[in-house]
Design a protein around this ligand. Sequence first.
Ligand code: DGJ
Length: 719
Amino acid sequence: MTRSVFFLSLIFHLVTALAATESRSLRISTGQSEWILRIGNDGRLRHCYLGAPLTLAGPDIERLPPLGEIYPSAGGGDFFEPALFVTHADGNPGTVLTVESTSAKAISGGTETTVSLRDKVYPLSVTLHLQAYEKENVFKVWSEISHREKRPITLSRYASVLLPFRHEAYYLTQFSSDWAREVQITSQPLRAGKKILDSNLGSRAAMFMQPFFRLEFGSPATENTGNVLLGTLNWTGNFSFTFEIDNQGTLRLLPAINSYASNYTLAAGSTFTTPAFVFTLSDRGAGPASRNLHRWARRYGLCRGEDNRLTLLNNWENTYFNFNTEKLGRLMHEARELGVDLFLLDDGWFGNKYPRSNDRAGLGDWQATRAKLPGGLPALLDSARAAGVKFGLWIEPEMVNPASELFEKHRNWVILQPNREPYYYRNQLVLDLSNPQVQDFVFSTVENILKENPGIAYLKWDCNSPITNVYSPYLGGSRQGNLYIDYVRGLYSVVSRLRAAHPDVYLMLCSGGGGRCDYGALQYFTEFWCSDNTDPVERLYIQWGFSQLFPAKAMCAHVTDWNTRAPVKFRTDVAFMCKLGFDINFSRLKEAERTFCTAAVKTYNTLKPVILDGDLYRLVSPYGSNHMAVMYVAEGQKKAVLFGYDINPRYGEPLLPVRLEGLRPGARYRLDEVNLMPGSKSRFALNGQTVSGQYLMNAGVQLFTTGSMQSRVIVITEV
Ligand code: DGJ
């Protein structure tokens, strides 16, 4: 948006907000969607409308029937799940919030409306922040709860907002997960009562359920049809999405930090800030909703979202813990030969008294193992420099093994029940990040590694355990209810300090695969590891799932040996649709495969602007078909990349044409198949041909074959 258009739109918003204050309505608009709230004569703030703009409705706005408060509190007369439940210092569990003031201001890319609510009896206030991003059609909402009571109050519900909807039917699409089975997509109709998607795992919070969902109104949505809301909570801890259908058939959506075991003690004079609920709307199905969030993420949600990303060679699946300086040196040369930007050293490089030669020891002792790597990290950085690649390092700094010097010295830094036998998840325990001393330790551990080894360009930050043995020695007997929340805040404090000190370092978010994927963490992390499952067939489903919410730029995908029945080309083509990396024994590949991979990296580098920054169109879903197709279209619609995959087609299966999307009908495009194995010729019928966008989008192309685990990548260029 140009500056002048932006300021005109700001004036429009401010005027609308002002007019709204007089008419007691607040209109919050992205231009493509509008959200209308009304302040009642009783001072309560109620939701009236969320959907396509009502710009022509003018005076009719006042006719909109209010659907309910957007921040109902327990004790305020509402009989359903509240957004806020406060037990005041005197033990009174009731709160009534009325509007004190509203204001609007411009923010980068949109507007922010602020509504201050206050309890007339207790010195308690809630400020709602409602942001609207115009170009991306995204809303971001959070609240701040503060008080000046004489003693601490207890918060036992603290949602980010409540959104009510009234439609004839509601469908929920959710993304349940497990290790190596991330983002399994299922949909269901919602009925009267409650459905809750949540997590109470603490640190590896998204291991069983991802913190995002799609609501479909009226009828189930497809990629291109249906009325949908796609939403997520920016929180790297316990989350909960409650979908409650009340006696009137109104669906009440409550995105929140999960209050499980978290009655939060809030000291007088302090503020409890909820994470933001980020959502977008689409009346043309799931595809546009994803594209809205991808664009928003690249601009505002993802750390270094508009920057380049590095291709890499990781050693984890190749060596596991079994490596030494020489072996790593060889791998760095392989990285160079392959043509990737960076070599990433994974788990197993640290610990001396308790060397990390397996996953039972060493976490917490972040010094290179002298016996294994005598020259330490400096020598490895020298080898990387000599090989001509950048260097990246794996860490898991929130964790500790009982077999570690850290545990011996600082047992009271560990989340652990004082009077019971501990139980373990992957033989480790979680450090108590609610404790500022522990935050400082974690910060300085990583800071020292980066300061002493200034060449480190990339960190893979792992987190393999949920919070276990839940008890914080720091919070003691009276404030255990703060632990799950203060843990996440402690983590954010550490990573934001690191970000400020080392803005150029790329950070991969990893949690035993994709056990932590959210825009709360991704404001500090540049990308995330989708899954330890790198079987390319499984990855098609996993990447399809994560692409609902995240842009390709944020999703790390590596070519590995997990499924060697799949041709190297297929494995590479699957990783190619995200942020490409390798975790493979390159020297053991056949010469033709090595040549193929090297050429593929070069091709990828030329296509990065399209794949990483283009608009994603999901064309054919692997769910319920034997194929998958997606395409990315660069801004300006002059270049696109089309991906087609055959998973395990049936004999004689009829192959339907794939209709492309996002092109200009009147433009003519040349189609070129890339990523061909050396010596093989393209069998794609339109290879090298020039065709109109209209043809490609209406008649479609024969992209699929009846071969098993076959793939093709087609570059589409306007001529
Ligand atoms: C889990 C990660 O997902 C893997 O990629 C690897 O880094 C291991 N941890 C190392 O322990």
